[in-house]
Write a new protein. Sequence first.
Length: 282
Amino acid sequence: MNSGIGNSADLKAVGIKPIVDLPDVGENMADHPLLGNGFSVNSTDTFDIFFQNTTVRAEDIEFWEDKGQGFLVDTIASHLAFIRLPSDDPIFKTNVDPSAGPRSPHYELLFSNFLSLIDSPPPGNFLGIGNAVVSPSSRGSVKLRSKNFFDAPLIDPGLLKSDFDKAAMRAAVKSTLQFLTAPSWSGYIISPLNGLESAKTDAEIDAYVQANTATIFHPVGTASMSPKGAKNGVVDPDFKVKKIAGVRVVDASVLPFIPSTHTQVPVYVFAERASDLIKAEN
């Protein structure tokens, strides 16, 4: 957009002379909404002390650098669950299923042995369970704030705009709470935190979700791929930008739909394909 490639009207509005009119540049932005849920637990065998005690943290970092062992060999989320809404969920009476297919998930649970994704955590020991909508139908955009390329862009992530996304996140919260009613958790879980403890009705859960949802940093779609010759989209299947020569885009922005998983591996896949295409032409 700073180079004059994008929606001509938007470019003119910030004082940039349009060179190539590609209205979909910066549009179609999709991301996975992420909600962090915390639960106080009856245990001291969690990772919370790493974040709460600077001395312990320094010792653990030194131990990892010296031995390659300790807290830092673990991941943020050691277990993941990808779950699909039931086919008779009421949301499908008014919304088309945005997932890739009948076996694709709608939401994800991410399990952590500490209180994650919550700002200013209280003292204590916790279980963290994140919720992510992995087949969102909401779309946002990226636009220029001004013609000064040092100015931060105007980013609308579009999180939870659609009724489907709200329903999927609500289902993820309910699934989390239901999971923790299993006998295995008896005596371990003390209480939810951060407002979840008082969210009982759908309306209360929705309000909790709206107050606490952020991003999992998986944005895609703002330079979306479309068939060669199509009027929509930004790049062709060979990753070349439409209407111009000599420019390719090879990053997650070319994905026209967000994968129902973490985006790292899909990017590896099409980056390998792009490298083959580039080598074949040179």
